[in-house]
Design a protein around this ligand. Sequence first.
Ligand code: ZN
Length: 410
Amino acid sequence: MPQTLIKVDLQQSPYENEMIHNRWHPDIPMACWVNPGDDFILETYDWTGGFIKNNDSADDVRDIDLSIVHFLSGPVGVHGAEPGDLLVVDLLDIGAKPDSLWGFNGFFSKKNGGGFLTDHFPLAHKSIWDIDGMFTKSRHVPGVNYAGLIHPGLIGCLPDAGLLAQWNKREKALIDTDPERVPPLAAPPFAATAHMGKLKGDAKAQAAAEGARTVPPREHGGNCDIKDLSRGSKIYFPVYVDGAGLSVGDLHFSQGDGEITFCGAIEMAGWVHMKVELIKGGMAKYGIKNPIFKPSPITPQYNDYLIFEGISVDETGTQHYLDVNVAYRQACLNAIEYMTKFGYTRAQAYSILGTAPVQGHISGVVDIPNSCATLWLPTGIFDFDIRPNAAGPVKSVSSSSDIPMSPDVE
Ligand code: ZN
């Protein structure tokens, strides 16, 4: 049996667990050490550290202080790892915590983080998804049931001081272009809610003041939210500090490309069984700046899709120049509109795009002035036939069901 090197107690605050942290900083001490070739298990909190509950109210999604996230397990030190190496991580298996066989999906209020379609869904919503072995379904979103594509939303190694300084400098410069924007352009360091693992006293205070927030993906990987980086994948991470310092968290039972609802996938607490190896000097040998990975040999088989096109003309009819973000938004909105014809509310349809294994593709980026993005909706996740036909759509979902929503409080 592989050793469980980091354990989490879901009844305990993550702030009381020294093997958890929620910022990136080179001074965070290693939580534990392993050797190249070792395999081991790390347990993780869900990304909010248990703040979101399994109930029928979205008040917790509305009220969460997002400066507390993401609670990560680690850093794991690897003996012999040095800056410039590649850390090779095999995700041997991933699962939900046996005492927590459920996950959540949410849309944040526009005033508290927002999301990809926040102008269309400005209020907090939450749906709960039950985990039945390898399958999931939701009491808030009837008519769908699908296999999990289980992956860590967030995994990466500690930055060195120089890389951390670059991150903070370039993200501050972006924030300074529009400091009052709602939602904000980026998340700057914030010491008050920083959890720096085993770090104590003055050293902790200093590191907390400059520790990078865990929200964006960066050169080290981090919060990439790639659904295909799933159990069975092999990942090659750049190493920046002695020991590498690998951390993981934000496990997802399933997610669509783009994690478009932002609280975005089916978020869960769980465990990761992994194995580490080193490629000495691998960053220069292979010219690697950002992580690369090999996907899993096993993925859910959904081979039939309805594919929605979107172009870079926005909801107001304004023309944008080859903007794939606008094009993907249109593809998502087109899919949502289509699903409402089968009885789904717009919020239910949005949550399906956030949680199910939908694919997003950048289909064209050269045909001026429009880029084309496509949203691939798997037909096999539905209990009914979602394809168009001459007879027209059949209302297949009860209009009495919806997902919980909480209005903003002034
Ligand atoms: Zn997540």
